[in-house]
Write a protein that binds this ligand. Sequence first.
Ligand code: GLN
Length: 232
Amino acid sequence: TKAEAKEKVYQIATDITFAPFEFQDVNGDFVGIDMDLIAAIAKDQGFQYEMKPLGFNAAVQALESNQVDAVIAGMSITEERQKKFDFSDPYFDSGIIMAVDSDNETISSYEDLKGQKVAVKTGTEGASFAESIKDEYGFSIVTFDDSANMYEEVRTGNSVAVFDDYPVLAYGIKQGNGLKIVTDKEAGASYGFAVSKGQNTELLEMFNTGLANLKASGEYQRILDKYLETGS
Ligand code: GLN
């Protein structure tokens, strides 16, 4: 019931390093578009929650085994995931893109990946995309649990490229993470807030209503601008 929903402290899992959606600021606090969105939606709808930064794959697994109530982690609304989870209305458009070290002058297309290693994050849409073309282009895949280590892998030259979400790579590059984009964006799914199928229906409804309210009030746009316009 609605009354019970207001008493409950929802456990919401998220990624660790996925700027500008979730990342730690200088004080070690988790900030970002997802963090501000859920805070504003909870305030608007009057529910309580606790954020669990578990890493992306761990967050999805925790939701699947009902150890948490929801996930907000720049999580793409894929057909595959819709079999297991119920998603909110989409709140951000994404897509998959390839990046290489900014000094790399030899890799500028998928063809150049032949015989090379490519870094991806476990359980992500970027990983699935790399998996889907690796035989065709003859590269091998190295998996990581978080984006920070995955980017480091490319900077050190152990892997020549990374496949990740366009908004995240573009933001990181603007922040000077030492990578550059060399290909066009591949279609990807939009981000949604996820709950287990048929569970926490009231939480999902509150998320959707709150999101619509934030869009109407201009607060949604203010949150995006805070992270994307200034690039800080
Ligand atoms: N959007 C991607 C996915 O859902 C990556 C999410 C992430 O790494 N936090 O697969």
